[in-house]
Design a protein around this ligand. Structure first.
Ligand SMILES: Cc1cc2nc3c(=O)[nH]c(=O)nc-3n(C[C@H](O)[C@H](O)[C@H](O)COP(=O)(O)OP(=O)(O)OC[C@H]3O[C@@H](n4cnc5c(N)ncnc54)[C@H](O)[C@@H]3O)c2cc1C
Length: 406
């Protein structure tokens, strides 16, 4: 029988998962050691002031906080003031700028019309390809919903660039609902609470980690052999990496950011997508528009390119295609046999997770851990609460690249 160890808790990763878990355990009286390979905290949400322009930059890509979870909203506001922010995304297609998600303005502008909601609904129905009775692919589903013109302008090229494959190779399940709004609402997210941390995410995570029971070790790669020194490990690093890639590498897309500066306002909005396949990047982020309460004459922008993730690249988006699923099942089986390790976060569970979901799961994981009396043998519930092979989301995640329609 496995005996429960006593002592400190290791938390691998100083991103949102690690910081929130570390804080919960520290407040409950545990001594926590947090490890991160990077030279900064906050993981992929990391923000820093650009030396040249003074603008707060989202170093690993644009991050907008949005949630319906009141407890999570209160939690982040406890550590940082959130400023009102609405995410309004534009897209350039074939030399024209349109509003996203596809809404009444987009439709009227694209087709040179002045339709009212009911007229637009009927018009889109006319455009839809009704010969496709049972859509099997993402492409067929899009054609069935919105017709060829809108599909080509807003989905085809973007998807190829983002995922490195044709929408005809992706399952129809990606596009579950009609991706169109028949009003002028261009707020990208539907969540009740939406905002931006006044001083950036790294300041916020710094305050979460600021507790006398927490020690943070930066530039320190945790290896599973170290687990023996700790009563329990919460691991938010890559699941396959924990097992030294024994069954191969899980598929990810990575991103390259090409930084450039501009004197003035480069594009007039935070995020401009590029739908055409002929433009090699997927979007340009102009970071100063994420902090509209600040004034900066200079501007810093990132051109964003997506590509297959190699061994030395940062894993960004889990692909979760069919071949990854079989590999994932092998890693999940191994993970379930680790009695003193809880796998958490976007890398530890190989899922795309928004920040609010990450925080929710981190709070739940810590509470589950704390709810099991230390004197008992390890409770299987506490080992890997989010690694349930039967709860895999369908094949590929659509959170970021695709607008969500009601
Ligand atoms: C481009 C992009 C844009 C996004 N935009 C949004 C958005 O607008 N809104 C939103 O809600 N969410 C967004 N997200 C999601 C958000 O980034 C995640 O929710 C969040 O980063 C998850 O936090 P985490 O702690 O689980 O993972 P991470 O932030 O990745 O942290 C994991 C940490 O573990 C460290 N690590 C890994 N292995 C080891 C090891 N062996 N030893 C020590 N340290 C290790 C890593 O260095 C990393 O710092 C976006 C994601 C991406 C990729």
């Amino acid at each position: 029988m496995i005996k429960l160890k006593s002592g400190k808790i290791a938390v691998v990763g100083a991103g949102l998962s690690g910081a929130v878990i570390g804080r919960e355990l520290a407040e409950a009286g545990h001594e926590v050691e947090v490890f991160d390979t990077r030279d900064h905290i906050a993981g992929n949400c990391h923000t820093e002031r650009d030396r040249e322009t003074g603008v707060t930059v989202h170093v690993y890509g644009p991050h907008i906080f949005h949630t319906d979870d009141r407890e999570v909203w209160d939690y982040v506001n406890r550590f940082e003031q959130f400023m009102p922010y609405k995410n309004r995304v534009k897209t350039t297609s074939n030399g024209q700028v349109y509003s996203l998600p596809i809404n009444l303005h987009t439709i009227n502008q694209f087709f040179g019309k002045a339709l009212r909601p009911d007229e637009a609904r009927a018009f889109i129905e006319e455009l839809s390809d009704t010969t496709i009775a049972d859509p099997k692919t993402f492409e067929e589903q899009a054609l069935r919903f919105i017709g060829r013109e809108l599909y080509q302008a807003f989905f085809e090229g973007y998807t190829k660039k983002q995922w490195g494959c044709s929408p005809a190779e992706l399952p129809a399940s990606i596009l579950k609902r009609l991706p169109v709004r028949f009003n002028y609402d261009d707020n990208y997210f539907f969540h009740t609470y939406q905002g931006m941390p006044e001083n950036g995410y790294t300041e916020m995570v710094g305050r979460i980690l600021d507790h006398p029971n927490i020690t943070v070790h930066l530039q320190t790669r945790f290896h599973r052999d170290w687990g023996g020194d700790f009563a329990h490990t919460f691991y938010s690093g890559p699941l396959d990496g924990y097992f030294d890639y024994e069954y191969g590498r899980l598929g990810y897309r990575t991103l390259d950011f090409e930084r450039f500066t501009y004197e003035g306002d480069y594009q007039g909005c935070a995020v401009m997508n590029y739908g055409d396949a002929s433009v090699p990047y997927t979007r340009i982020t102009e970071h100063k528009h994420f902090s509209p309460w600040e004034k900066h004459s200079g501007s810093v922008c990132y051109r964003e390119y997506a590509r297959a993730c190699g061994p030395d690249d940062i894993p960004y988006y889990p692909i979760r295609l069919v071949e990854d699923k079989a590999q994932l099942a092998q890693y999940l089986a191994r993970a379930a046999q680790e009695p003193f390790v809880t796998f958490v976060g976007r890398l530890g569970t190989y899922r795309y997770l928004d920040m609010d979901v990450t925080i929710r799961e981190a709070l739940d994981a810590a509470r589950l851990f704390l709810s099991v009396p230390a004197a008992r043998a390890p409770d299987p519930k506490r080992q890997a609460p989010f690694l349930k092979p039967f709860e895999l989301p369908p094949v590929i995640d659509t959170n970021l690249p695709y607008p969500r329609a009601r």
